[in-house]
Design a protein around this ligand. Structure first.
Ligand code: GDP
Ligand code: CA
Length: 347
């Protein structure tokens, strides 16, 4: 660790599901092993998670991104799939199908259902999503290696991403579906004409979110989906301004490598909002803080090194390093490079 590295007591990460969770795992691994500069025994990592993928299904409130982060960091994730519980069984799904209950395209695993039952019962008893999340995290995020992780929903209000797709059978020629239907049933295989975050304008940040950003030593935008993960978090009124005005440096990592989103659906979402599918274009979309955007620094993959000059010209400090999250060490190295980009040398 360079002796000049500032101590990072509070790191705040705005995360989606699988991409954000994998990054967080690498960040924590890096802090633990000293690969990420500036960590200390009392470093607190606060995760502000997207909740616009949430929905109600079979009477249960399901929060995919919160659960993916919680299970991943709590070592309960199915590593191959990247979401859901390890050693999952699917009896409830089979039974529901036997009753002919729709939708059959969205399966809930038996172990996972326990989480949704606890959440739903607590919500119906009057607890907020933040309180419920804190309660669930008591099982999963108890510090085992010293570092503390706090998981906060971006908002306690109901915000849902909906996607408009072409539908020749409807009178308007289009149909609006919940994000889950777009992703799970349609497999993001049809173009998204519009993406809407329903309820967002009237939402407020969950308790602790603005403080976590304003009082951080470092704010990180992980390689999560820039539209339906980080984009929806930034879109909660007050959050973007908090990121713009925090005294902490803000660094992001590109979810696009070459012209590919690696896993997921970032390409479809970027296309729907008219942003080119490239690391440079996503960085420019977030924008430099010095020009009203949210970034001080932006990491791109080595293959995208040709885009560094344009980013620097736009006022964003940029560097190119390997950005494939192929394992904890590789991801820790990405996190270390992100920290160094915005904490080393003159800003
Ligand atoms: P989701 O909510 O489960 O879709 O997860 P996130 O929004 O947190 O992250 C999804 C995004 O992560 C994908 O759209 C990809 O662009 C990005 N991603 C996934 N794996 C990698 C990787 O190995 N490297 C990089 N740079 N990005 C990745
Ligand atoms: Ca998600």
């Amino acid at each position: 660790m360079p002796s000049s590295a500032p101590t990072l007591r509070r790191i705040t990460v705005l995360s989606g599901g699988v991409g954000g969770a994998r990054f967080l795992q690498g960040l924590l691994h890096g802090l633990r092993t000293g690969v990420v500069p500036g960590g200390s025994a009392d470093t607190v990592v606060t995760v502000v998670a997207n909740t616009a993928d949430d929905w109600w299904i079979h009477g249960l409130k399901v929060c995919p991104d919160l659960d993916t982060v919680m299970y991943t960091l709590g070592d309960g994730i199915d590593v191959e799939r990247g979401w859901g519980r390890r050693d999952e069984t699917w009896s409830a799904r089979t039974e529901l199908e036997a009753y002919g209950v729709e939708p059959t395209w969205f399966g809930l695993g038996d172990r996972d259902i326990a989480t949704h039952l606890v959440r739903t019962q607590m919500l119906e008893a009057g607890y907020t999503l933040s309180q419920v999340t804190e309660a669930l995290c008591r099982r999963w995020l108890t510090p085992v290696h010293g570092e503390t992780v706090r998981l906060l929903p971006m908002t306690d209000d109901r915000v849902e991403t909906h996607v408009a797709v072409a539908d020749p059978d409807s009178a308007s020629g289009r149909r609006v579906v919940h994000f889950q239907e777009y992703w799970v049933r349609l497999r993001a295989a049809v173009p998204a004409e519009t993406v809407l975050a329903v309820g967002q304008d009237a939402s407020t940040p969950a308790p602790g979110v603005l403080e976590a950003i304003g009082e951080a030593d470092l704010v990180v935008l992980p390689p999560s989906n820039p539209v339906v993960s980080v984009g929806t978090i930034l879109g909660v009124p007050g959050v973007r301004d908090a990121v713009r005005s925090t005294p902490a440096p803000v660094v992001g990592l590109s979810p696009i490598v070459g012209s590919s989103h690696v896993h997921g659906m970032a390409a479809q979402m970027l296309t729907s909002i008219g942003v080119e599918v490239s690391a440079g274009a996503v960085g420019a979309h977030y924008g430099a803080r010095s020009a009203g955007g949210v970034l001080d620094g932006w990491l791109v993959d080595e293959r995208d090194a040709g885009q560094l000059t344009g980013l620097e010209q736009a006022g964003i400090r940029a560097a190119a390093v390997p950005l494939m999250m192929s394992g904890h060490d590789a991801t820790a190295a990405m996190a270390a490079a992100a920290v160094s980009l915005v904490t080393d040398g003159p800003a």
